[in-house]
Design a protein around this ligand. Structure first.
Ligand SMILES: NC(=O)c1ccc[n+]([C@@H]2O[C@H](COP(=O)([O-])OP(=O)(O)OC[C@H]3O[C@@H](n4cnc5c(N)ncnc54)[C@H](OP(=O)(O)O)[C@@H]3O)[C@@H](O)[C@H]2O)c1
Length: 284
């Protein structure tokens, strides 16, 4: 039987509906709209596309989204100065750093400067540390989106073998924590993993986020498994995920498409996190 395709747009609509209701009540109570600032350094085409999608979602939700754009050659010290002033600005309710950033600037230093209550991406060490010990307040948006997709399919994660192909700080590591917090047996694979298939073939749920088009084919997947494709790569045929859909579709049970899978849910989760930082800011 051909795999069920899990469209992210529908899941995102449910999250957005909930977000809209929450926000409506909150804005009536606090009498001010959430005001979110994104710090953007340089001009990366792909992050511009993502930003446009997120801005559209913010507008729809009634969130004010501003970008502070800096040239590629700005120093880390200057950016940190801006972050500190945004931290103390009571009219700013959330901050994001748009990645990638220039290599001479430390992402750790920037993320560590964002005050935890305004950390929309949940990437500040304080928020990541809380996620590590199971206190999930502000959780990185893409891992959260993957979790929402799994929950939407009503899959009980307890005891499941889950394999993640990605060990970045933004995707693989926080996702590992979310799954472990739900008692899955989680394996992280990456570029140094020897014999990737040996691990992926055991996965009840396989999450691929490498950005390497069609890396995962029929030889890598278990019968009746659930494949979640986070990877995005631009190819001459358009946007492409990590999973070779044609090759696996008769083997696996469920699969998320690219585009239209994890992406829209990530945007919706970003809005959910903006609402959380807004609440934290308005309460203090
Ligand atoms: N859909 C969404 O909402 C969404 C959101 C965020 C990111 N993404 C996409 O997800 C992908 C990952 O994002 P990221 O920021 O985490 O990027 P990243 O830092 O480049 O991570 C890629 C990961 O894949 C590993 N990898 C690369 N080639 C591999 C191979 N042949 N075998 C095994 N592992 C391999 C890398 O290992 P090494 O680091 O050791 O090389 C790394 O852990 C990108 O395609 C990005 O566009 C999608």
């Amino acid at each position: 039987m051909t795999a069920k395709i899990i469209y992210g747009k529908r899941i995102a609509e449910e999250i957005n509906k909930n977000n809209a209701q929450n926000l409506n009540d909150l804005v009536s109570k606090f009498k001010i709209k959430p005001n979110i600032v994104t710090i953007k350094i340089g001009d990366d085409t792909e992050s511009n596309i993502y930003l446009k999608l997120r801005d559209k979602a913010c507008e729809k939700a009634g969130i004010i989204s501003r970008h502070l754009e800096f040239p590629y050659n700005i120093s880390e010290k200057e950016i940190i100065k801006y972050i500190k002033s945004l931290n103390s600005d009571i009219n700013v309710h959330g901050l994001l750093i748009q990645f990638p950033i220039p290599t001479n600037i430390s992402s750790y230093n920037l993320l560590n400067t964002i005050i935890p209550k305004k950390d929309v991406e949940g990437l500040n060490p304080y928020n990541l540390g809380n996620t590590l010990i199971g206190n999930e307040n502000l959780v990185p948006c893409t891992p959260l989106a993957v979790l929402k997709i799994i929950e939407h399919e009503k899959i009980n994660l307890e005891g499941k073998n889950v394999v993640i192909v990605n060990h970045s700080n933004v995707v693989g590591k926080p996702l590992f924590l979310l799954l472990l917090n739900r008692n899955s047996t989680v394996t992280i694979c990456h570029i140094f993993t020897k014999d990737l298939k040996k691990y992926t073939l055991k996965a009840d749920i396989l999450i691929a986020a490498t950005g390497k088009p069609n890396l995962i084919n029929s030889e890598y997947v278990k019968n009746k498994s659930f494949l979640i494709d986070v990877g995005i790569a631009k190819t001459k045929h358009g946007l492409c995920g990590d999973i070779d859909f044609e090759s696996v579709k008769e083997i696996v049970d469920k699969i998320t498409p690219v585009p239209g899978g994890v992406g829209p849910v990530t945007v919706a989760c970003s809005i959910s996190n903006m609402i959380k930082t807004y609440i934290y800011c308005m309460r203090t």
